[in-house]
Ligand binder design. Sequence first.
Ligand SMILES: Nc1nc2c(ncn2[C@@H]2O[C@H](COP(=O)(O)OP(=O)(O)O)[C@@H](O)[C@H]2O)c(=O)[nH]1
Ligand SMILES: [Mg+2]
Length: 450
Amino acid sequence: MSEHKKPFRIVLVGDAGVGKSAFIARLVFNASQSPVLFPPVQLPIPLCLDESTPTILVDTSASEETEARQQTDEALESASAAVIMFAADQPASLEHVRSRWVPRVRAAAKGRRYPIPLVIICNKGELRTPQMPSMEDQMVPILRDISEIETCLEVSVKEGHNIQEACMFAQKAVICPTAPLFDADHQQLTPECTCALHRLFSLCDRDGDGILSDYELNEFQKKCFDAPLTEEEIGNIKGMLRQSELTEAIRDNGLTIPGFVYLHLLFIMKGRVEAVWQVLRSFDYDERLMLKSCVADLTPSPKSSHETRLRARLKAAMKPGDVLELTDEALDFLTRLFRGHDKGRGFLTTDDLEQIFLGDPSNPWAMLRPAFPRCTRTVDGDITLDGWLALWSGTAALDPPTAGLHLAYLCYPKPIPSAFEIRTVCDGRGVIRNEKHVRPLAPSISSCMA
Ligand SMILES: Nc1nc2c(ncn2[C@@H]2O[C@H](COP(=O)(O)OP(=O)(O)O)[C@@H](O)[C@H]2O)c(=O)[nH]1
Ligand SMILES: [Mg+2]
């Protein structure tokens, strides 16, 4: 696995003389002497939180000279996390955290979906005298203003105090960043996180009654944390939710969707971001809160990439004129989904579609907007059952990995590969000769995508 993973890059910045290079020397080489500037250094495995991913520490220069500045900015541009260091005995270095280094880190993150996670380290802690303000007093106003700070702590490179802890926090900032989950400006979960939690709820609500019973909550807990909750813990969770301002976090003695989502918000507010990441990763979400493509893998081998395998299998199995289609079972699942949302009207409005795709970060037919193909919709633009199934069949034939992934997002209850089968639909002269049977509800792709 490690050979495919992009290394984590933890970039140290801060004023000259605060101890960046000395920190690396002490942490990695247990040395008290350091060069002025280290080349990038790979973190030894025992210090790595995620042993499968190489972690590189990148020392930088604070010099304002053009070349040095450029190198530091380039390092920041590829940073997975940044550590801004100041020194307890250099008040200007603390000032510069806010006025110089945070803006440099932010500028380097331009174009990224999320900010670069930050850890603030105060070095030379042993030089802090009782006359100086405490680290906490120094940090509170900064923490209030700069939301991308994950952690701050005081270390003393000279005395070897908190060095490994600082390294661990920097890695945690990479592995469990807050920004993809929590929008600090609005003090709420991000839409991506909410979307994923909605899907998780659907997966865990096995009887589909819209409530997580104690049993379902416990199964969820076991899957994510390998251990069941005690009765007391379940009671505490419900107690916490009952005290929340939500009108209905608990119903029929179980968690509602808002209650379930709110529970995760509470975790984050209490600094337990890693617990929420563990939940999401247990359900195969990646660092962008998308389902890993392996979820929709159509071949059993866990080696090469999803698309490559799928294509290879298809190439081997398919003759000209064959297409990949959804099985009757998959179409039944999609029909039930349709019926569950059409409110008996026989068509899906844009709002209904939004509800269906609540746990899916994107609608698979976004490229068809603003209007779906004519044969899939009513005159008002709503999607008919035939249209809905045709859109799925079309996507399955034209882009199976995408269809598979969206089926996974919609909580298809079986392994995704089992939702597909190869069908011979065309004899090469454009004549449809579906040998098994013609499924009247799923018009052929060529007609529905036309
Ligand atoms: N008193 C004290 N001095 C330190 C500490 N850490 C580093 N230094 C000293 O601070 C000076 C600058 O350190 P250096 O690593 O070169 O700073 P950089 O410019 O940020 O890389 C060196 O003389 C270090 O020995 C510390 O924890 N306490
Ligand atoms: Mg240095």
